[in-house]
Structure formats: C-alpha cells, structure tokens
Design a protein around this ligand. Structure first.
Ligand SMILES: *[C@@H]1O[C@H](CO)[C@@H](O)[C@H](O)[C@H]1NC(C)=O
Ligand SMILES: *[C@@H]1O[C@H](CO)[C@@H](O)[C@H](O)[C@H]1NC(C)=O
Ligand SMILES: *[C@@H]1O[C@H](CO)[C@@H](O)[C@H](O)[C@H]1NC(C)=O
Ligand SMILES: *[C@@H]1O[C@H](CO)[C@@H](O)[C@H](O)[C@H]1NC(C)=O
Ligand SMILES: *[C@@H]1O[C@H](CO)[C@@H](O)[C@H](O)[C@H]1NC(C)=O
Ligand SMILES: *[C@@H]1O[C@H](CO)[C@@H](O)[C@H](O)[C@H]1NC(C)=O
Length: 679
C-alpha cells in the first residue's frame, strides 16, 4: 500500500516533467558580456565592452542577428492529441541611434525562428530574415515583432514610420500600431514613443503570448517608466502552424541602402510558461551616445584605446617597508568598484600584439600609446603605458581612473574601460582616427585632411565646451593640467575631443586651491603663476587654452627656436596694428576676419600674465558662440596693470626671454624632457 502511494505520488509530481525535456526555461541578461556563450552573434553583431549588444553599426545595407544559443521547445507535450504553442514572455530594452547623414533605419525585431541561419536573406526592409522571394512564404516558420522606423516595404502596408508590428513568415504585418503606450491614468490616452533618437534614449518592450487564448500582447514604454497596464497591441495570432517544435529566440536588425541606424539591446529576459524575469535597470549598460558609434561614411568605428601602465614595484616595496601596503590596497579596491568596464589583461595584450613596438602610435612622458584590435569584438584599440614611476603613486591613479570613468561629454575622449594587472594600470579610451590637432596642424600625414578655418573655429568651440564641462559642469572641478594641441584629438566629424587627463586631479567645488607638490604641464603652456607657485587652477587651464588658440590660428608652435615666444609675437603684431599678419600662412585669405580677430584677441586675453584678467571658460564659450561680445580688448588687456606687460615688451625688445616658465621652479621631479614631449 505504502509502495503504491509512493509511486502514485512519484507519478503525480515527477512524471509530467519527464515529458518536458526543458521545463519552463528562463533567462535574463542585464547587459551582455563578450564571453557569453549563451548569445550567438551573426552578421554585424558585436558585444561592446560596455555591455551593449550592438546588432548593427551605421554602415549601409547590413544586418545583424543575436539569438539565445540553445534551441527552445515551443510546444508542450503534455497532451498528445492537440499540440499548442506554450505561453512565453519576453522583456527587453533597446536603443536605436540614427546616423547623422541620413534618416535612420530600419529597425529591430524580436524574432522566433527555426534556425539562426537565414541564407540569401536581404538587409533593409527584410531585416536579414527574408528576401523578396521568400517573404510571406509559410515555410519560413518565423514569428517576429518588429520595431521599425521606416514605412512598410510594400508602400502602404506599414503606414507609419515609427511603428510596432506583429508579423508571421514575412514583413507584412498582421497588425501594426504607431509606437506609443497607454497612459495608465486615462485608458484611451496614448503617448507617442520615439523608437529612435539621437540620444539613444532606450525603449523597453514586453511581448507576451498566451498559449491558451493565442493572444499576443505587445507593450512599449520609455525605459524610465514602469510597464503600462494596457498593452499597445492585443491580437489573436495562431502560432501553432507557424512555429516548429524547437525554435531559437533572439533579435534581428538591419540598415538600408540609404537609411541607417545603429541598433542596440541593453538587456533581455525571456521565459516559457511564465512571466519573463524583471530586468534590473540599474545593472544595464549606459545607452550608447551619438558619438560613440562611428559616423556614417568612415569604414571603421572610432574607438581610441589609450592605456596607462604604471610600474609601481618600487612604490609598493617602499610602502611595504612602511607597512602602508594594506591601506593602499583598500584604496584600489574602492575605485575598482566604481570603475567602468574592466578589460582582461590578456585581451589587451593580444589586442596590441603583446605591446609590440610596431604598434606604437604615440610616445609621451608617461609611456607609449599602442594601437590594437580587441580580439573579442574586433574593435580597434590603442594602449597607453605609463612607464615612469609616479611620485604621487597609486592614489593619483585611483582618482584619475575614477574621474575618467564618470566624465562624459561630447568633447572629451571617453573612457572605455580599464585593466589592472599586477602593478600595471591600463586605461582604455575611445579611438579617435584623425589623431591629434597638433599633428594635423604641424605634421599632416595626409594632405586631404587640411584643417580650414571653419574646422579650426569649430574645434576651438569644442575644446572650450569640453573644458567648461570639466571646470564647472561636472560635480567636481576637474583641472585638465595639460591642455595643449597634442592632447586634442580630432574625430571623424572634425570635432575636438580633449584627451589625456593623466594629470587631472579632482577638487571639490569649494574653491579650494590644490596643494600639489609638483608642477605638471608642458613647456610653453604653463601659466606664470603655475610655474611660480606650483598651484594649478582653472585659470591655468585657461592660460594654456589661450596659447593653444594662438598656436592653431597662427600655425606656429608656442615656443620656437631662438627667443621666439608665440604669445609675445602676436601681442607685438597687435601692438603695431597688424594682428592679421600672424595668421597661419597656410590659410591664405580663406578665413573669416571677424572670427580670426576674435580668436586672436581671446587667445591673448586667455594667456594673459595675470590670472584675474583671464576669462572663465564659460565666458570663453559665450564669446566664441557670439552670445557675448568680447569687451574692448585694450581695456581688458591693459588695465589696470599695464606695468606687467610693459615689462614683458621691454624684455622682448631687449631680446631676453622674459617668460617665467623659463625659470627653474618647475618641480615635482619631472625632467624638462618628460614635460616637453608631453603625451
Ligand atoms: C515532445 O515529444 C517529442 C517526441 O517524443 C520530443 O522530440 C520533443 O522534444 C518533446 N517536446 C517537448 C516540449 O518536450
Ligand atoms: C560595420 O559592420 C560591418 C559588418 O560587420 C563592417 O564590415 C563594417 O566595417 C563596420 N563599419 C564600421 C564603421 O565599423
Ligand atoms: C489548444 O488550443 C485549443 C484552442 O485554443 C484549445 O481548445 C485546446 O484546449 C488547447 N490544448 C491544450 C492542450 O492546451
Ligand atoms: C531567398 O531566400 C531563400 C531562403 O530563405 C533562398 O533559398 C533563396 O536563394 C533566396 N533568394 C535569393 C534571390 O537570394
Ligand atoms: C503589396 O500589397 C499588395 C496589396 O496589398 C499586394 O497585392 C502585393 O502582392 C504586395 N506586394 C508584395 C511585394 O508583397
Ligand atoms: C539591481 O542590482 C543592484 C546592484 O547589484 C542591487 O543592489 C539591486 O538590489 C538590484 N535590484 C533588483 C530589483 O534586483
């Protein structure tokens, strides 16, 4: 009796699950990782170091797919007589960023397909799933929910550009709705959702299928909102004849011949026979920025990897001796938590072919910058290695990595990630293809990339905005400390991106002046008071910015051979009323005279000897944008301390080098060489 009861119970509870080889599968990706075997990537799809799954870049006419790599049983076997597709549910967050040169296209589709191969399929409207002959054929066995931004491929069938559609076996939608969600407060009130936008604002989608009622429910909302109670689409779709027993679930996306966007999935969950697990939005990667994916035409995505490796052996030995090892490690652990994506040293090692000398793209005071290709994603990278032992030691680098990781601005070179291996620290930045402003002005590799005045003026504005962000708009004051033309990189859209915050240190927003022990910077850009006191401030950055303005406008280095000092020379030109004689001869007369005069005067004011006379970066931005007129130059420049500058002029006329940065007060253990080579 007891045996019978036990076997009954056994049958009751365990037998049904034997029939189902795969009881109620469910999975969740709060962001993706390159080493995930669970995601099968096809076509243009890659996983970004930041955790974004990118289905497409903005190249034209490409498709990318990503599928959960294990097949999923779509039918329940419990009843042999009538087989019905089981209920399933999925939730994901996506983002589409249109390319600048075209209207975006086409879209992303959540896809259930019998295979992850789509032979002969076309991009564009067909999302890399169908072609014009296979479209609509029942043997496709594909179910998809499309989030499309282009009008339907058959002229009228998908009428709204920005729409959601439910399709079986082809791109003709059983139902489409303009992308929107129902406001929970008023049942009939719909709010539009922009599926794609330049900020890459993420959108969240929920798709549910009820196997019993055969209803498909699709709901979308901006990812910041909770799930609206009423779905956008509720529609009966019989999937029993569409789906096969085992299917793959995932995403397909494509771009068109003229319309392109990059398509990203930030997070994804899926479950059979129950609600898809909630995504943890705090764990999702940040949405892509407009500038992160490359612009349309250039072949290669722009990612600069620049890395620092600090050799800290000596420091650590020193610290060990003084029993300070433990606190040092604690500092490290703190910032490790805060930092963005952590690369594997092995990957960076392979990316740079083992830090091979032939991969070096730049050498500076801190070490070499290497270029490479990340093995996992194929992204182009470069590595900056610090070989000099820093006197400030590990603390500074902790602060640096932390600050870098959080700074985000269109005119800054963004940090991609970092890596620590033993005592080496490697930092990974965006790769910027055109290289530095310095090399474009002074050593153009390619005559086609001549920086005309329009570009230069735009670059000045960009640098100013980047510095303004560092000085005033970030939560802490960040002083760049090494503003110079070789630290300004030019991206494919000819925008300036400030790089190398290797010397930046953080200050609280309380006006406190730093108490640093050493002067850092580059000869020619060091403000006189910085050389005297060693105290960097926002106005020493402004000074360097002023020098940079003159350098780029005049096409001459801040300090030339002999006694030549650019600032003084321009001042002299101004004094004799021939300011425009200083203009870069390569520009010929192809420049806007008003802008040129503005830049020259601004350059002189910014590089004024007295910090009080220099404007703030906010003022600089307003002058350059024309929001404010530059006040009378002479009043600003000369009063009230004319003496300072007359001394300056006198020194020049005597042929002596009066610049105070010539004095030997540059401390901090930096040699002249390491300073002058800069980055
Ligand atoms: C249903 O049964 C068939 C044949 O026994 C088997 O191949 C299939 O995997 C089963 N499907 C599920 C969902 O268990
Ligand atoms: C975009 O992806 C395609 C396909 O993988 C690739 O051929 C192309 O080089 C990529 N373009 C850029 C700009 O990265
Ligand atoms: C399959 O679906 C049909 C139609 O909705 C329903 O009548 C039947 O009970 C379902 N079978 C199972 C096993 O759920
Ligand atoms: C269209 O796709 C089918 C498979 O889906 C393939 O067999 C066929 O060759 C493709 N046609 C063209 C013209 O590529
Ligand atoms: C486009 O739609 C029309 C009518 O809706 C239909 O007759 C035609 O076959 C469709 N074209 C394609 C390529 O599917
Ligand atoms: C999301 O992840 C964060 C960080 O791991 C955790 O603190 C938080 O509790 C999670 N939230 C949910 C709802 O699981």
């Amino acid at each position: 009796m007891a045996v019978l009861a036990v076997s009954y119970i056994f049958l009751l509870f365990f037998l049904p699950s034997f029939g189902q080889s795969q009881p109620d599968l469910s999975f969740t990706f709060n962001g993706f990782s390159g080493k995930d075997d669970d995601i099968e990537k096809k076509g243009a799809t890659i996983i970004k170091p930041t955790g974004l799954l990118r289905l497409n870049n903005k190249s034209n006419d490409i498709a990318g797919h990503a599928f959960y790599s294990k097949p999923i049983n779509m039918f329940s076997n419990s009843s042999s007589s009538s087989k019905n597709v089981s209920s399933f549910s999925t939730s994901f967050v996506f983002s589409m960023v249109p390319s600048r040169s075209s209207h975006g296209g086409f879209g992303i589709a959540f896809t259930i397909a019998p295979s992850t191969q789509f032979l002969g399929a076309e991009a564009g409207h067909f999302l890399g799933l169908f072609n014009s002959s296979s479209n609509g054929k029942p043997w496709n066995h594909i179910f998809l929910v499309e989030f499309d931004t282009v009008n339907g491929f058959n002229g009228t069938s998908d009428s709204t550009g920005n729409h959601v559609g439910v399709n079986t076996n082809g791109m003709d939608s059983a139902i489409t709705e303009p992308a929107a969600y129902f406001d929970d407060d008023s049942d009939s009130q719909k709010e539009d959702v922009n599926l794609e936008n330049e900020n890459g604002d993420p959108v969240r989608a929920w798709i549910e299928y009820d196997g019993v009622s055969q209803m498909v429910y699709v709901t979308i909302a901006p990812s910041s909102l909770k799930k609206p109670a009423k779905p956008l689409i509720s529609r009966r779709v019989d999937l029993n004849n569409v789906l096969k027993d085992t299917m793959y679930v995932g995403f397909a996306a494509s771009t068109g011949k003229t319309k392109s966007s990059s398509h990203y999935i930030l997070g994804w969950s899926f479950a059979m026979n129950k609600a898809a697990p909630e995504l943890n939005l705090t764990l999702l990667p940040k949405p892509p920025k407009q500038e992160t994916p490359s612009s349309s035409q250039t072949k290669v995505l722009i990612i600069l990897l620049s890395s620092f490796v600090v050799v800290l052996m000596v420091m650590l030995c020193f610290l060990t001796l003084y029993k300070r090892l433990t606190p040092t490690f604690e500092i490290l652990e703190d910032w490790e938590l805060d930092c963005p994506h952590r690369f594997k040293f092995k990957d960076l090692y392979h990316a740079t072919k083992g830090f091979k000398a032939s991969e070096v793209i730049g050498v500076g005071g801190f070490g070499a910058v290497y270029k490479g290709v990340l093995p996992s994603t194929g992204l182009e990278v470069a590595v900056k290695k610090i070989t000099r032992n820093s006197l400030q030691g590990i603390r500074d680098f902790a602060a640096e990595v932390e600050s870098l990781g959080q700074l985000r601005h269109k005119n800054l070179v963004n940090l991609q990630g970092w890596c620590k291996q033993k005592n080496n620290l490697i930092i990974v930045y965006d790769y910027i293809p055109y290289g530095s402003l310095d090399s474009l002005i002074f050593n153009p590799r390619d005559d086609n990339v001549f920086l005309g005045w329009e570009h230069r003026f735009n670059i000045f504005k960009g640098i100013a905005e980047g510095l303004l962000y560092l000085h005033e708009e970030y939560q802490q004051v960040v002083i760049h400390r090494d503003v110079k033309s070789s630290n300004v990189l030019i991206d494919s859209d000819m925008n300036a991106r400030l790089s190398d915050f290797g010397l930046a240190r953080l200050h609280d927003h309380n006006g406190e002046i730093s108490h640093t022990t050493g002067v850092v910077g580059t000869i020619g850009y060091i403000a006189p008071e910085l050389a005297r006191t060693g105290k960097a401030s926002t106005s020493t950055d402004v000074f360097a910015y002023g020098v940079l303005l003159l350098e780029v406008a005049c096409g001459r280095r801040p300090i030339g051979s002999g006694q030549f000092i650019l600032v003084d020379w321009v001042m002299e030109c101004y004094r004799i009323g021939r300011l425009l004689d200083a203009v870069d001869p390569k520009l010929g007369s192809n420049y806007n005279v008003e802008e040129m005069e503005l830049v020259m005067k601004l350059g002189l004011i910014c590089s004024h000897q007295r910090p009080e006379a220099r404007p703030s970066m906010r003022q600089v931005v307003r002058y350059l944008s024309g929001d404010d007129l530059l006040p009378g130059f002479d009043e600003i420049y000369w009063s009230p301390v004319q003496s300072m500058n007359s001394r300056y002029m006198e020194a020049i006329s005597n042929g002596t080098n009066s610049a105070s940065y010539n004095s030997s007060s540059i401390g901090g253990g930096l040699s002249f060489n390491s300073m002058s080579v800069g980055r």
